[in-house]
Design a protein around this ligand. Structure first.
Ligand code: 5GP
Length: 484
């Protein structure tokens, strides 16, 4: 065989990697993110986005991204008919200059985000578009025939993956439909979702949407109504959850009503879970929601005066004992390997420092820092990235506390896009009751109650990190404020 050019070799290696990833047991989200990362690199693009077309072909949902954090940010799903409509007809689209091209919906956004060229290829299923792969460059770039061929091959792999995802959903739907048929003679057509609401029913929903935007979690508002009761062949009661987070396949219902008014809602919620057991839905009540905001020093509880620590949850000795147990398990599991411990500044410093001292392995350290929610329309940003690249490394992400899981989810996506050899999570504290996003935790110190804790590195508005124990703040902070 003759010598291959280096870009040919790169594309070949990328395709090999993509085929392996596609065939791995990772979650589909991780698989698509990893494919996006390899694809962008192989065609020398700065970013890549893999999109799936909704069944009604009305909007495009992002299922995988790479490198778009600063380059291109679009909230929510894209309108399929407005966003590169040629793709719907199965055509390849090349835009040499996104700031000038009339095919681009918002050239000024492309300009602000520093996008020059966009290259899109359809993901085809039986000749019909079921999604799209888009790559973006900062500088004007011409994609070659070989790039086009490469992207179409990746698209073919993505088509199989999307079909796998659909098949899974189809089986679920089929199961649900047969259950419903047993319950009812007739199901009325369900209202369809509006892509972005013009207004929210309640300010807390708007605030929650801003929080999701901050973590770049895509959402739909009131996308679907679930019939709950039928009489004379018609639906007499429905439940419409406030949000659907497509990437996580999760519905979220916010209830900020007074406790006395909630009973009816709980009743409906329970009925929904009975009728649709495969639906993934979380109910956030008022105090959950206010605590979520207070965590960022925000909202009514965030203003509360804190009198100091109310009670010690874990003493210094208890923490040290637990840290040694965790370190022993990690040393055992990684025997013979070189480990990279990574953490997010600053909360993790005490735990990281203690944990590493008890590891009987060769270990290196790396830290990142990210911005926190401030309710100001910003999105999460990496303010300090890791110093080294994690490709091919055995990485253990060390976390002080996992609450909703949004931070960890974001960082794990960032880490897995660098294709580490392995990636596991060690969290000292797991506030499981408040989990919104299911993140895999491999090593857990303590599962803690739904309380706001400080000390041993953890802060409230910058204070209390130096306490040698973990304590619960004065109850003022967590008391539900009925007047709001
Ligand atoms: P998540 O994204 O999982 O909701 O939140 C993770 C981050 O929120 C943690 O890294 C930590 O900074 C903060 N956090 C969550 N719960 C607590 C808590 O009880 N005490 C303190 N001090 N920070 C918390």
């Amino acid at each position: 065989m003759g010598k291959m050019s280096s870009s040919k070799v790169n594309r070949y290696l990328a395709l090999k990697h993509i085929a392996e990833v596609a065939n791995s047991t990772s979650s589909l989200k991780r698989i698509f993110n990893s494919i996006a990362s390899s694809t962008a690199k192989a065609v020398h693009a700065n970013g890549c986005r893999i999109l799936s077309l909704s069944s009604q072909k009305e909007y495009l949902l992002t299922v995988g991204t790479h490198g778009l954090s600063d380059l291109y940010l679009k909230k929510g799903p894209l309108n399929a008919h407005k966003s590169l409509p040629d793709i719907l007809d199965g055509k390849v689209v090349f835009i040499a200059d996104a700031t000038k091209d009339e095919k681009v919906q918002h050239p000024q956004i492309a300009q602000a985000q520093g996008i020059s060229s966009i290259f899109g290829v359809p993901i085809l299923k039986k000749g019909e578009a079921s999604g799209e792969i888009r790559v973006y460059t900062r500088e004007p770039h011409h994609f070659s025939e070989a790039d086009r061929g490469f992207l179409l091959s990746v698209a073919a792999i993505c088509a199989v993956l999307l079909e796998r995802a659909e098949l899974y959903q189809f089986l679920e739907k089929d199961y649900k439909a047969s259950k419903l048929r047993m319950k009812s003679a007739q199901i009325s057509p369900l209202p369809t979702a509006s892509l972005r609401p013009t207004s929210f029913a309640h300010p807390s929903e708007k605030e929650f949407a801003k929080l999701l935007d901050f973590y770049r979690i895509e959402w739909l508002y009131e996308p679907r109504s679930f019939p709950l009761k039928w009489e004379n062949g018609g639906v007499t009661a429905m439940f419409t959850p406030d949000f659907y987070l497509p990437e996580l396949d999760l519905y979220v219902e916010l209830t900020t009503l007074k406790q006395s008014l909630i009973t009816e809602k709980y009743h409906k919620f329970r009925r929904l879970k009975e009728l649709y057991p495969e639906i993934n839905i979380k109910l956030l009540n008022k105090s959950d929601y206010l605590q979520l905001l207070a965590k960022y020093g925000y909202g009514p509880l965030g203003e509360a005066k804190i009198e100091g620590v109310n009670r010690v949850l874990y003493s210094h000795t208890q923490i040290q004992r637990k840290v040694r147990v965790l370190a022993r398990r990690i040393s055992h599991d990684y025997a013979g390997k070189q480990l990279v411990l990574v953490g997010i500044l600053k909360g993790v410093i005490c735990f990281m420092a203690d944990l590493m001292q008890h590891l009987s392995l060769p270990v290196t350290l790396d830290f990142m820092a990210i911005s926190y929610y401030g309710g100001d329309g910003q999105t999460v940003k990496i303010t300090k990235d890791f110093d080294s690249n994690m490709t091919g490394q055995h990485v253990v992400m060390v976390e002080d506390i996992v609450d909703t899981g949004m931070t960890l989810n974001y960082v794990l996506n960032h880490l897995s896009s660098q294709n580490p050899a392995s990636l596991h999570v060690c969290a000292l504290l797991d506030k499981r009751a408040r989990r919104l996003i299911d993140v895999p935790l491999d090593y857990v110190g303590f599962e803690i109650p739904d309380e706001f804790v400080v000390g041993y590195g953890l802060d409230y508005k910058g204070q209390y990190r130096n306490l040698p124990f973990i304590g619960i703040l004065h109850p003022e902070l967590i008391k539900e404020d009925e007047s709001h």
